[in-house]
Design a protein around this ligand. Structure first.
Ligand code: DAH
Length: 331
């Protein structure tokens, strides 16, 4: 075996290598377990002591040389990777920012409102978006010929058969759950009903065909509007993280007596209307089957969009629903 020739060959071929895959092949060929050099080391035992000493030493020297050549070449290739202009990997480059999704501003607002009510001991109830005419209107003291029905422009659902007793509609408010709940539960209780509502209306900056409400109902023996005001004060403090002025204005809804409209005012701001409310009309308790006159309670219907618009200073309700990423990214 011509050790000199082998060394020469190895040196020549490594000088031509530019990439790590070529270098790995070279390593296997000249330094690997089956390389000529390794096989030569394995065969040393068969030689005479003289030859062993002489050739063994020589082979060792060559092996060391080749290992050094390999190390140097490896470093050189690694350095060059970062020098090449069209380099495929620059481990010093900052990572790309991952864009994460997040909650919609209305979801954020709804969750804050709900969690505030939860802290005050209210239970969270849900109801159907497709409602019957009875629960959406009649049960709430709004019979068909009542002019107050015009307060709720309604999307009706075409009946499948003429015989259907109660016509179906997309609920125009969350108030139908008042009766659905009272029919099945005895006071005292306090509940809220968050949900989507629908109205057959032209849209503008403050009206949408769909929107979210949170209905509230608290019934007990001595519940008054003073309790209601305390609840709303607490809710406003939680949501806006500051003292908020709250005022009631007389208003009319067929299912409450007296009825009020609730306005709030933040520091240095204007009065803004956020919900309708009132003391539950005795007629509803009668319809629910409550026998003696021992219960009273308050009810309210809070617009989630309204609160979100005040909180985030948004001037057009339609922004919530048109999925413009430039708007949504701000939350
Ligand atoms: N349901 C009413 C609406 O959507 C809001 C409302 C007013 C709800 C008075 C109530 C209430 O519970 O007592 O216009």
């Amino acid at each position: 075996m011509d050790l000199e020739k082998l060394a020469q060959q190895a040196k020549t071929s490594i000088s031509l290598i530019e990439e790590s895959s070529g270098l790995e092949q070279w390593r296997i060929q000249y330094l690997g377990r089956k390389s000529a050099l390794s096989l030569f080391f394995n065969s040393l035992a068969q030689l005479s002591p003289e030859e062993k000493k002489h050739l063994g030493g020589k082979a060792n020297k060559i092996h060391k040389e080749l290992v050094l050549l390999y190390k140097n070449k490896k470093e050189e290739i690694e350095k060059n990777i970062f020098k090449k202009k069209d380099s495929f990997l620059d481990i010093t480059q900052p990572g790309e920012k991952q864009i994460l999704g997040h909650l919609h501003p209305l979801t954020l607002t709804a969750r804050e409102i709900i969690s505030s009510f939860e802290k005050m001991g209210f239970s969270i109830i849900e109801g159907p978006e497709i409602e019957t005419e009875y629960y959406n209107f009649d049960a709430l003291n709004i019979p068909e010929d009542h002019p107050a029905r015009e307060m709720w422009d309604t999307l009706w659902i075409k009946p499948k058969t003429i015989k259907e007793k109660s016509r179906l509609l997309l609920r125009t408010h969350t108030s139908p759950m008042q009766m659905r709940y009272m029919e099945k539960h005895q006071p005292p209780f306090r509940i809220i009903v968050p949900g989507k509502c629908f109205r057959y209306e032209a849209t503008d900056a403050s009206h949408e065909i769909q929107f979210f409400q949170i209905e509230g109902l608290m019934v007990g023996e001595n519940i008054t509007l003073a309790n209601f005001k305390a609840v709303i004060n607490e809710l406003m403090k939680n949501i806006f993280q500051q003292e908020v002025e709250v005022r009631f204005r007389p208003s009319y809804f067929p299912f409450v007596a007296p009825g009020v409209e609730v306005d709030i005012r933040l520091k240095n701001g204007d009065w803004l209307e956020i919900m309708g409310a009132g003391m539950v009309h005795p007629e509803l308790f009668k319809k629910a089957g409550y026998k003696n006159n021992q219960w009273q309670g308050f009810a309210f219907g809070l617009g989630i969009e309204r609160i979100a618009m005040i909180k985030y200073k948004i001037n057009d309700i339609r922004l919530f629903f048109n999925s413009d990423i430039r708007f949504l990214e701000q939350f």
